[in-house]
Design a protein around this ligand. Structure first.
Ligand code: ZN
Length: 238
């Protein structure tokens, strides 16, 4: 490469200030030129490092925003769940009051309420022995009353609260009546049909499936039934 061309190239760079005046030793020229090349390479590397750092900062900012959004969504969901749970507990307490009525008649204490748009439209409790009728389960008694109140066999938009997991008969009636949701106190491993023995409420082949929420006031509901049977056993043995 001739000196003239080299000088022109170099003089076109920003590093010109550091460059010796025209006519100086060729060695110095080459040497300086090498320095400039190294300087350029260093500059490129610095820019790449700066780009990487900027990208890293942007990525961290994006991640922080994402986490903040997720945290806020989670808090919102938790608050919503807490509100729903407290509402479920409120109605389950009323269902427990119904169950107490059954206990007072020495019936297996199972109680039920049906709620539509925040209003209890029907209540029921187990009266099977009292009525001498298989059909007199808490849920069926409540469904009958709800249909009477609404003047319709369709109970769409209703939620049924029951202290014990429904049997096959009641689960069938719940599906038939097109109730939206069933909220259950405690499960019944030996006879329940909302997931224990069977899940008749969510058979995909049927034309209606029911949303199920389990475990609301579970201890209270299960305690009521177990004390009832304990008492019955102690009376028999006594
Ligand atoms: Zn039943």
């Amino acid at each position: 490469m001739n000196d003239k061309k080299r000088k022109i190239e170099i003089s076109s760079t920003a590093e010109q200030k550091a460059f010796p005046a025209a006519g100086e030793d060729i060695f110095l020229l080459n040497n300086n030129n090498n320095n400039i090349e190294t300087g350029r390479a260093q500059l490129k590397e610095d820019r790449r490092a700066a780009d990487r750092a900027a990208k890293q900062i942007k990525w961290e900012q994006r991640m922080r925003r994402k986490k903040a959004r997720e945290d806020s969504a989670r808090r919102e969901a938790e608050q919503k769940n807490a509100v729903i749970r407290s509402m479920h507990e409120k109605y389950m307490r009323t269902a427990l009051e119904e169950a107490q009525k059954a206990a007072a008649l020495r019936e297996v204490p199972i109680g039920c309420v049906i709620v539509k748009q925040g209003t209890i439209i029907a209540r029921g409790y187990n009266r099977r022995n009292t009525d001498a009728n298989t059909l007199s389960h808490a849920e069926l008694n409540a469904i009958r009353e709800a249909s009477h109140a609404l003047g319709d066999w369709r109970l769409e938009g209703c939620t049924l609260y029951v202290t014990l997991e429904p049997c096959q008969m009641c689960a069938g009636a719940i599906v038939q009546s097109r109730i939206d949701e069933v909220v259950i106190g405690c499960m019944n491993p030996k006879a329940g049909c909302a997931g224990s023995v069977l899940n008749l409420m969510q058979v995909p082949a049927f034309n209606h499936q029911v949303k199920i929420t389990r475990g609301i006031l579970e201890k209270e509901c299960s305690h009521l039934i177990s004390t009832f049977f304990e008492q019955l056993r102690s009376e028999k043995s006594g």
